[in-house]
Design a protein around this ligand. Structure first.
Ligand code: NAD
Length: 440
């Protein structure tokens, strides 16, 4: 279909629903066909997408491929490899009172028309990876990229209709008015990635239609560093996880929690790690990104004096550059500890030891991710048993989300629901309970 005038949200949803009702999106061949087209879109237009990501976030091509384009291709390949198995009906044991000839199973069916709303920080991955699950599950999809990453939004709005089935997949660009208009429509699932304030708006709007939601939110993800760890390894991994995409990663280590002696030794190790990654002048490093816009630049600039500067602490508004920054002696009540940082500022907060660290974590919202650097099995076990978080990473930040068969999502304030791999099929499908008893 070719539309010369912009379609209204109500018309788009009605059109996609009409397609869905024909049954066109249900056969596994349509689903795998769409995934193949999405894969081709990414491999044939990787450089155009990388250029858009560079324009929006100063992302290097290496980072754009690794964290957005190739990431999504891997998610597609994993899904194509396993879809048949994930969709297979699962038999359930039948109780004796129904007789030996009765059988029962669950059948996986699509939900219908789903809405995917993406944020600006990984503006391609966070729109496309949920779409992989939605399409693989046999749904029609309305995709809403973030207006705060305008080059990527425009590229996706151009490419998606050129590759995917336009009767079943639509892209709606825009900001609050467009998203509000979309959310007034009845969807069969709303999948939102972004902040908790808007998450509440999404959940309220969905409640009007009793539409289930997945909320992929954020918050402060702590990194606990135990005594007696190799701090050069820890600092290298912390710096890589924190300063990727200039800290604008939902699962970035938000702050370090450690004892005072370890903190003192970690400070110079972090300084060395930052220099090893980005040189003495990170502003000149092609691998180091920029802040999305002036509003976030100003917000982050206001956090730079929340502690003693170990590394960085400087910025340039014209180029939206904020140096990779480490702050020590940070008061838990200081501004940098009151909100999700979502930028390249790493505060170190000291606590006497493990008990206090566990209390510190449990006194706050349940994080999206919790990272633990320790050589002690006892410490690992205690943290796993005594804290709650969306994900838990021992020794390596961020990486759990690259394991396709792990559910990626938050808990409490960091979100509800999950996706990736087969967990996306659970999110974007209904498991229908079926019982069969022969008539004679
Ligand atoms: P954003 O401002 O791009 O907003 C996300 C989406 O919500 C956009 O598509 C936007 O158009 C829409 N939106 C904004 N205001 C709205 C409103 N009033 N009504 C309806 N829709 C509205 O992105 P953001 O929220 O700044 O993203 C950053 C946050 O997202 C951080 O908290 C981060 O931790 C979180 N995040 C979470 C994940 C995850 O997977 N859990 C991933 C990335 C980011």
């Amino acid at each position: 279909m070719n539309h010369s005038t912009p379609e209204q949200p109500a018309d788009i949803v009605a059109r996609l629903r009409a397609t869905y009702r024909t049954g066109r999106t249900k056969p596994v061949e349509w689903r795998t066909g769409q995934l193949g087209r999405l894969r081709a879109m990414l491999t044939e237009n990787g450089d155009a997408l990388a250029a858009a990501l560079h324009a929006d976030l100063g992302k290097s091509a290496t980072e754009a491929y690794r964290t957005e384009i190739d990431f999504t291709v891997r998610e597609i390949d994993h899904t194509l490899d396993h879809l048949a198995e994930w969709l297979r009906p699962e038999p359930a044991p039948v109780p004796a009172h129904l007789g030996a000839d009765a059988t029962a199973w669950t059948q996986v069916e699509p939900l219908g028309v789903v809405l995917v709303i993406a944020p600006w920080n990984y503006p391609a991955q966070l729109l496309l990876a949920p779409m992989v699950g939605a399409l693989a599950s046999g749904n029609a999809v309305v995709a809403k990229p973030s207006e705060l990453a305008p080059a990527t939004s425009a590229a996706l709005a151009r490419l998606i209709p050129a590759y995917l089935d336009t009767d079943a997949v639509a892209v709606v660009e825009g900001g609050v008015p467009q998203t509000t208009a979309l959310l007034a429509e009845r969807f069969d699932h709303v999948f939102y990635t972004g902040n908790g304030t808007v998450g509440r708006v999404v959940m309220r709007a969905a409640a009007e239609h009793l539409t289930p939601v997945t909320l992929e939110l954020g918050g402060k993800s702590p990194a606990f560093v135990d005594r007696g760890t190799d701090l050069d390894v820890v600092a290298d991994r912390l710096a890589r996880g924190k300063f990727l995409n200039a800290g604008q990663t939902c699962v970035a280590p938000d702050y370090v929690l450690t004892d005072p002696d370890t903190a003192a030794a970690l400070e110079p190790a972090l300084e060395r790690a930052v220099e090893a990654l980005y040189g003495t002048d990170p502003a000149a490093s092609p691998e180091y990104g920029r802040i999305i816009n002036e509003r976030h630049f100003d917000r982050l600039s206001g956090l730079l004096d929340s502690g003693r500067t170990v590394v960085g602490g400087t910025g340039d508004r014209a180029s939206k550059y904020i140096a990779p920054t480490v702050l020590a002696d940070v008061d838990p009540e200081s501004p940098v500890m009151r909100e999700e940082i979502f930028g390249p500022v790493l505060p170190i907060v000291t606590v006497p030891g493990l008990d206090a660290a566990i209390d510190f974590i449990n006194d706050r919202d349940k994080p999206l991710a919790l990272y633990v650097f320790t050589e002690s099995d006892g410490t690992r076990e205690r943290i796993a048993a005594e804290t709650s978080s969306g994900g838990l990473g021992y020794g390596l930040p961020l990486a759990h989300l690259t394991v396709s068969d792990l559910p990626f999502g938050g808990v409490g304030e960091s979100g509800t629901g999950s996706y990736h791999g087969r967990w996306s099929i659970e999110t974007f499908s209904h498991r229908k309970a079926v019982l069969s008893k022969p008539l004679h």
